[in-house]
Design a protein around this ligand. Sequence first.
Ligand SMILES: [Zn+2]
Ligand SMILES: [Zn+2]
Ligand SMILES: [Zn+2]
Length: 641
Amino acid sequence: LRAWIRRSVKTLKISDGQAILPYDERAKRVLTSLLIEHEVFGDGVKLPLSWFKVLLACLKPFSDQMLEGDDIFSAVEKLSGIPQRDKAGSFIGARMGRPEKAAQREMSPPVNVLFPIAEAGGSSRDLMAAAREGRKVAVELAARKCGRCNTITWRERCQECGLPTTLIGRCAECGLELEYSEEATCPRCGGKVSYSRKFVVNVGEELYRALKRLSEQAPSRLKGVKGLNSVAKIPELLEKGVLRAKYGLYIYKDGTIRFDSTNAPLTHFTPRQIGVSVEKLRELGYTHDVHGRRLESPDQVLELKPQDIVIPRKAAEHLVKVSKFIDDLLVKLAGMEPFYRMKSIEDVVGKLIVALSPHTYAGVVGRVIGFTDALACFAHPIFHAAKRRDCDGDEDSIMLLLDPLINFSRLYLPGRVGGRMDTPLLITVVIDPGEVDEQAHNLDVLDRIPLEFYRLAERGAHISKLSGKIPTIKTLLREGKPLRIGYTHPQSSLAAHPVESSYKRYGSMLEKILGQLKLAEKIASVDEHFVAEKMVETHLLSDILGNMRAFFLQGFRCKRCGARYRRPPLTNSCVSCGGEVTQTVFRGAVEKYVELVEKVLLKKIKSRYLAERINLALENIMNVFEAERKEQSSLEEFLGG
Ligand SMILES: [Zn+2]
Ligand SMILES: [Zn+2]
Ligand SMILES: [Zn+2]
């Protein structure tokens, strides 16, 4: 490069802040690997004057001194007298954990209302279908008693006298009648107490009653459940289901509507980044920026308050629908005024939500202050920690505050162990930063990272060398100072491209794997052979072998009634209903990656041991399925088509 610059000096042209030098194959390659911005045109190479000056200063092409030293840094240092540092001291690798998510939570199959219809309505438990067929279903429901006429019903009110009914339990051993309590054991004999019995329900009649009460059109579909899993088996009002179906909303096992999204930490933002006006943010209490100046421009940097969150636009659209459902519920069922009156996603700003992590039962109240195009929910590290999360990558759910307050009931929760997980049994209203998980306390709070940090980092020093030098949230809490987090790294957008990872965009596993391989081939620092070996070793081979094992040990299932068999009955029809009995694991499952491994990955694998293992597995599969091998479209056809 030095020689090139020296040679080129006679023809060097400078125009428009660009230095133009004659093209040279070797020099061009060096520029590329040094990551120096340049442009090749015709027989010349153009590079910005600022870069050119740096090259002159560092390489001193016109001095007679030779470029020599133990390594390139010390050589350039000796030559130029300017200290040289490695571009990056250490590298941190990352790999796919799980793809990001932002979507309404649906159970499988999805449920509009916790109302049991057993087998009626088909596999999607559609109450509309059951009603059209005029089905009466016998289902297990809570037994309730009218205080005046002693009628036993599952309804909230007695149909004879219109009075509210009370839930009654009956001891299976001694027949004692008693009121509902969490412990389902009899105080007299210790026997098991049951709160439900079989009732025959006319689905059509019930639906008609609900629609009339709401004066609503019948939804095209209304999805119930097969049976209730709760101890008391109290159903939800069908009316709730009708209104949810109207807005395309589905519920979780506890009767609440959830939106799941991936957590991302955030401490600072600008109004422009979250798509909200300066005026609105001032209203929400963001009056001054990080430098203490009055908030006037959409590009001023603001420090996020610990319970404020920025949600995906998709989540905001979802919350608008939930708010309409809640308003309908208040107006049509409770005879009250609407509460939210939302029209567009802008109306979501300033509203309260409850955020909840799976495996916990304590929700945290948060306030929506803006939107992001990313499929992630941005919140303060303290907020994520309050949900008992370590701040990133996990998936939590949000609910519009009134939804759990109105529609959640612990009476809906499944009686089995773990039934209470992921439900808002408790709600934290104000977070005490001192009470959240310690991990969040280690966040640094300074405005400028001291030079000493970089010096120590360069030497790879242990973190303890810096203890006490970098203040953290823990320091602030210990000293009783207000929670204030410094702003160190400016950025223009919260969601730079890609907004959605290609892992999500690619549909099938085949596409994902081919995409990954293509990428590995392109990136100079990635060894594609290693990538292929890792993929086969950690996922594909165990998948193929596991599915093969499952194929041979599989059970069988009746297509009509779902009865399970360890081996197929000799008649090949179901003993209880006469339906067709079918396999539960199909050869497609075993073979789905075979072609991929065989035709694409095997070529790239260098480890002989691994290649042998793959060949053995493939041979095994061939031997088993060869006899009945049917025409399958090849990988090439699949890719071409
Ligand atoms: Zn009555
Ligand atoms: Zn008893
Ligand atoms: Zn059957």
